[in-house]
Design a protein around this ligand. Structure first.
Ligand code: DQA
Length: 146
């Protein structure tokens, strides 16, 4: 089953970006880990990152057309992008919103997600492990036919 793992702006810099907040795992490692976990779980995982909102919207539209499941770290768009939220609202498969950091324990402007209300569920504050947990959940959910 196809699962898109979509990452928003600045996440391509993982491994060097604010390592105290986001950890030392590089984006390349994150991609390899998601692909490996996907294989172990029998999922066809496609991992992508973009700094361009229009590109993210196109990927979400394609996921909606395919009725695919999505793991999304919307990064900074989390907090203000009505366009990303509207695209998420069109998805027909499950959507897991993931944040590496605990956005509720950070600056006030990070505490609200405009995406969460249209997500199936949210994982935050568990580091890059959140992606693995999201994939496990989706594998179980899809196997149960949900
Ligand atoms: C983030 C949290 C956001 O507030 C931030 O803008 C990011 C990453 C996270 O994974 O913790 O870029 O989504």
């Amino acid at each position: 089953m196809r699962v898109y793992v979509l990452n928003g702006p600045n996440l391509g810099r993982l491994g060097t970006r604010q390592v105290d907040v986001y950890g030392v795992t590089s984006y390349a490692q994150l991609v390899a880990d998601c692909e490996r976990h996907g294989r172990e779980l029998g999922l066809d995982v496609v991992v992508r990152q973009t700094d361009a909102e229009h590109e993210m919207l196109a990927w979400l539209h394609a996921a909606a057309d395919e009725e695919a499941a999505v793991v999304l770290n919307p990064a900074a768009w989390t907090h203000y992008s009505v366009a990303v939220r509207d695209a998420c609202a069109m998805l027909r498969g499950p959507l897991v919103e993931v944040h590496i950091s605990n956005i509720h324990a950070r600056e006030e402007f990070r505490r609200h997600s405009v995406i969460s209300a249209v997500a199936t569920g949210v994982i935050c504050g568990l580091g890059v492990d959140g992606y693995r947990l999201a994939l496990h959940h989706l594998a179980a959910r899809l196997a149960a036919g949900a």
